[in-house]
Design a protein around this ligand. Sequence first.
Ligand code: ATP
Length: 537
Amino acid sequence: MSEPKVNVQMEKIVALCKRRGFIFQSSEIYGGINGFWDYGPLGAELKRNVKDFWWRAMTQRDDVVGLDASIIMHPRVWEASGHTTTFNDPMVDCLLTKKRFRADQIEPMSGDAYFWSGARDEQTGREIREPYSALIPTGKHADSARKLARHFYQQRGLSEPALLEERMEAVVDSTRYNPENGSLVTEPRQFNLMLKTWVGPVQSDEDVAYLRPETAQAIFAQFKTILEVSRQKVPFGICQIGKAFRNEINPRNFTFRSREFEQMELEFFIKPDDVAQAELGAPPEPCDLATPLPNWGWKEWLHYWVEERVKWYEAIGLGRDTLELYWQKREELAHYARACVDIQFKFPFGAQELEGIAARGDYDLARHQEFSGKSMEYFDEEARARYIPHVIEPSAGVDRTVLALICQAYAEDEVPDEKGKPEARVLMRFHPRIAPVKVGVFPLLKNRPELVKKAREVRQRLRPHLAVFYDEAGAIGRRYRRQDEAGTPFGVTIDFDTLGESGPALKDTVTVRDRDTTKQDRVKIDELLPLLLEKVS
Ligand code: ATP
């Protein structure tokens, strides 16, 4: 009914992302394509750093191995997983504008609902017996609802519709109306989110394949092969990073809900509780969750992974105070899930899911065993037992993590300019570990060859080890500001002291500027690399 509130903070962030080339619309020169995004030079580095950091956190442990599976898989995979039949969202369309919404995401509204059974054209006498309804705020004049109704019947071919059998009813928390204009929406219809294609030269029903809606199923389908080649023993995990596709009804909140995105998923296979606890019984409650024990059941493993993942977000600069844990209620859980925890980030548009961590029992492997006819059982030599492993699944989104990092980093403050006058600046306070560029290297003046030569030497020293941006154009203050906006945590300036003009004590030293405090320290060139490496690792 009223325009959705414009989120000023998000608008600034989206504008900066475009201006500085973090993220922009796909196919922009053709007007873009809804739900698809491109990452420019800074965004691509940031995204890569997130993925690399996740990959290292997962695989630099003895009990997790990696996989890089194909996007298109045998269509039976999606029958086994249940996606072909149940991966649906309820969808409604506005009867007036045809705008499409996810039925479960419509904001509940209260007010005066007007109903008509149809309309008659005053000129021709033609009648349309199609009911319509419109919702307006309580107490607002009925004419605004009638205007919507007339518009509705005009779209159906009546040039001067007289509305029939009007009645009014007060409604509370209804989700049957378009929140933007108050028009009735259609009844919800189920809409499958998988993107379809055909494999091979024939486009028949037998050749249909799907772009994967999640990376997890490849891990389940290849469980036995990976188990054999990696010689792992349960408990152990398989992780994967890759693209996923969902034909989302309503892509929104910038990259938060996209149609093409990347996931970082771990399937951590564990023993069923009765096997793990056959000899030692269940661990005491509460139990120390820092070091896994052989008799841990699914609850302990779930809590362990929640804590591991929260620590991971902290390590990239998303502190616990920026996150919320949402434990799904029993009625919200998928029928096979024992528990599911969403790690949410407090975005400017509200706390929303970054990652879901679910205890899925043996559902997935059992389904693939049933549909493929191949055994997914594991023989546990230690326990002398045969079983289908159970699984804990931490499933995170790369794009949502990048968006959270961008939202968290965005800041505005004032710093003194060259003349000491306060000047507004925008900066991205990325943690040095994931910042796209780690260090800017600047000769104080461009027109002094000795300074430029030395600065280029410093650049060459750092470049094999760090993402360096070299910049000699414009006033030094402007160059700092440009890097502040890119989120570069350190700026190294080569000045006349570096050349020894103030005596030998300062020769071959440079200034290192901190992005957040703008404080500058003098450091010997020889000590620069270890100092920076320590700060960014
Ligand atoms: P939502 O309820 O927000 O649609 P979901 O619960 O369906 O998400 P999962 O199927 O659990 O999401 O996927 C795991 C992760 O993949 C999510 O936590 C999220 O980070 C990411 N993800 C899922 N759908 C999208 C999307 N459309 N765009 C960007 N990331 C997504």
